[in-house]
Design a protein around this ligand. Structure first.
Ligand SMILES: Cc1cc2nc3c(=O)[nH]c(=O)nc-3n(C[C@H](O)[C@H](O)[C@H](O)COP(=O)(O)OP(=O)(O)OC[C@H]3O[C@@H](n4cnc5c(N)ncnc54)[C@H](O)[C@@H]3O)c2cc1C
Length: 604
């Protein structure tokens, strides 16, 4: 490897964490506690990660509200919700360790809502057998980030804010650092590290209607792919059933599942409670049989007592509710603005305001709707990607030495469909494991060594290219075209012909991306920032589309109109995406074998 002496800033750490959301912060805390040198890079300001937007809660079998809850039930719910495609070991570790990770958060200062006897309060969410989500009203992510951030900055690590990573640096197979630029000046910066943890979140900005913020451009997925790591299950993109549909400027903004968790009822334009018609036969016994039983369940919940009434049909899993709403609208039974109605106004107004303060404000401010007096209009919105970097369950190591991944950028944990609340717990459990895994790797690894001159030159040339072109493609137009293609061709319902059309469009968009031109200065230049994010979104769009085309069945969040049933053959295989020269190779590989004692938890 040729050693380089770049003319710009370079830093060296034992462990470099890219991403400062829940997963990145938890990983950085763990690594710093081991006494190694840790750098934490994020492209936004510290504290402004996606995690801060999380609303409903963090899932953990604390058994504070339902004494019968156990890790075994949480494991079972997660596997059933994920349509058995989950990495079973991740689902097991997650269910076993989430309670301790939540208690630890409380010891570090997080203030959760309380039960009457002073324990952490838990609320119901779709697909969870028991009330399981520890929460702070509907602002759980804010409290989580505040707590983790406090802990992280006190642990003596170095924070690099508003710093976008555009490449991972490698030495042969091994990942040895990262290259990027300061958004504030546009100047390049490089990091050498013995181990690198990706914690960059999701990919939702590639769709038109999305609950995701500007940061979710799939950077970590694409960086890992470019560096030769494998991705899995990329066809599984979760459309949350309830985003705002009106006014147009806020279309897609999330309406938390906590609204349904607290008793929100979905109705179509004919005032029909349509979810009764969409419950899957094999799970119908888990839901109330009548409106009256569902009301008893809500009443008990509001009064904080246990009940033998079963949950309302609105608490079916997200994939099912999203398909139901989409179908109601498509078949002409939607609301005035192309959604359906979600009503919680039958509950006492002060209860609604106390349980859902952000939702109350959100609708009042943005849509001029008082949710204590009338229904909201809602429809599906692109929300979360189950697919991501293939990782080892114990250590969060990717398939490339020196590279680790945790949080939404990692795949495997949630299978074909994530249950609400299972992301925040995933961040804590696997953030901690990634931190420990990276420290162990760094302890045995030789120093990262000098950075490779050729890689740095290429990365710098890529930064300069959009300014060097005298004319070319507008990045905003390209982004809008990508979003339109993904929205219409790779949405909730898919067909082979749509997916093939999407691949052709993506190929054209990639050609246009080669000609993207930006003007102005490098400092705070949003068009220039978007240019690199577009490159990453295009990689993710192709990975999702190719994987969706390969999976000829309907499972969880992946619904094929031309293959409407579960196919047991596909039930034992993950889709794998890897780079093969300049081509993307998509294959299917056997799932890790589920041990009999865990299988019994699911079948009994
Ligand atoms: C509105 C909303 C509500 C939600 N509510 C819940 C909930 O109640 N419960 C639940 O379990 N889940 C919820 N989710 C999902 C959950 O919030 C996310 O899946 C989770 O926060 C992801 O955390 P993360 O640490 O993986 O990534 P993030 O929190 O998004 O952090 C990503 C970090 O990576 C950085 N980054 C990205 N790219 C780069 C780059 N190229 N270079 C440098 N830094 C980079 C970003 O700046 C950021 O710091 C919700 C999601 C949304 C959108």
């Amino acid at each position: 490897m040729t050693s380089a002496t770049p003319s710009y800033e370079t830093y060296e750490h034992d462990v470099l964490v890219i991403g400062a959301g829940g997963a990145g912060l938890r990983a950085a805390i763990e690594a710093a506690a081991a006494g190694v040198s840790v750098g934490l890079v994020c492209k936004s300001l510290l504290g402004k990660a996606h995690t801060v937007m999380a609303e409903g809660g963090v899932a953990a079998a604390l058994a504070n509200v339902a004494a019968a809850d156990t890790w075994q039930t949480h494991f079972r719910d997660t596997m059933v919700g994920g349509k058995m495609l989950n990495n079973w070991r991740m689902a097991q570790l997650h269910a076993q360790e989430a309670p301790e990770r939540v208690r630890e958060l409380e010891r570090w200062g997080a203030v959760f809502d309380r039960t009457r006897d002073g324990r952490i309060l838990q609320r119901p969410f779709g697909g969870h057998t028991h009330p399981r989500l520890a929460h702070v009203g509907d602002r759980t992510g804010l409290e989580m980030i505040r707590t983790l951030q406090d802990r992280a900055v006190q642990s003596g690590l170095a924070v690099y804010m508003e710093c976008t990573t555009t490449r991972l640096l490698t030495d042969g197979d091994r990942v040895t650092g990262a290259f990027g630029y300061w958004r504030t000046t546009g100047e390049p910066v490089a990091f050498a590290a013995k181990a690198v943890i990706l914690a960059t979140g999701g990919i939702g900005r590639a769709w038109e209607v999305s609950s995701n913020s500007w940061e979710y451009s799939g950077d970590g997925h694409a960086l890992a792919y470019q560096a030769g790591a494998e991705l899995i299950d990329m066809e599984f993109v979760q459309f949350h059933p309830t985003g705002m549909v009106w006014p147009p400027g806020v279309r897609g903004l999330l309406v938390t599942e906590a609204v349904r968790g607290e008793g929100g009822i979905l109705r179509n334009r004919d005032a029909e409670r349509f979810m009764w018609r969409y419950l899957p036969e094999e799970r119908r016994h888990e839901y109330a049989e009548t409106d009256e039983e569902a009301s008893r369940w809500v009443e008990a919940l509001s009064e904080g007592r246990e009940t033998d009434a079963r949950q309302p049909p609105e608490l079916s899993t997200r994939d099912n509710v999203a398909r139901a709403i989409h179908t109601e609208v498509r078949e002409g039974r939607g609301s005035g603005h192309g959604g359906v109605y979600l009503d919680i106004s039958y509950l006492p107004p002060d209860l609604v305001r106390r349980k859902l303060p952000s939702m109350y404000e959100q609708f009042r401010e943005l849509a001029d709707v008082d949710i204590t007096a009338g229904p909201m209009e809602v429809g599906p919105t692109c929300h979360y990607v189950m697919g991501g970097v293939r990782v080892d369950a114990e250590t969060a190591a990717s398939t490339r030495p020196g590279l680790f991944a945790a949080g939404e950028v990692a795949g495997g944990m949630h299978g074909a469909n994530r249950l609400g609340g299972n992301s925040l717990s995933d961040l804590l459990v696997f953030g901690q494991r990634a931190g420990a895994g990276a420290v162990a790797f760094a302890a045995d690894a030789p120093p990262a060594g000098a950075l490779d001159e050729e890689q740095l030159r290429d990365a710098e040339a890529e930064l300069a290219a959009p300014f060097d072109r005298p004319a070319g493609e507008n990045p905003y137009r390209l982004h809008a075209d990508l979003q339109a293609a993904m929205q219409s061709l790779v949405g909730i319902f898919r067909t082979a012909s749509d997916l093939e059309a999407a691949l052709a469009r993506i190929a054209q968009l990639r050609e246009r991306w080669e000609t993207v031109q930006v003007v102005g200065l490098r400092a705070f230049n949003p068009g220039w920032n978007l240019a690199f994010e577009l490159r990453n979104m295009l990689v993710c769009a192709e990975a999702v589309t190719r994987s969706a085309l390969q999976r000829t069945e309907t499972r969880g969040a992946h619904a094929r109109l031309d293959h409407p049933d579960l196919d047991p053959g596909w039930g034992s295989r993950n889709s794998t995406v890897a780079r093969d020269g300049e081509q993307m190779r998509v294959t299917a590989e056997p799932l890790p074998q589920l041990p009999d004692e865990l299988r019994r938890l699911i079948t009994t």
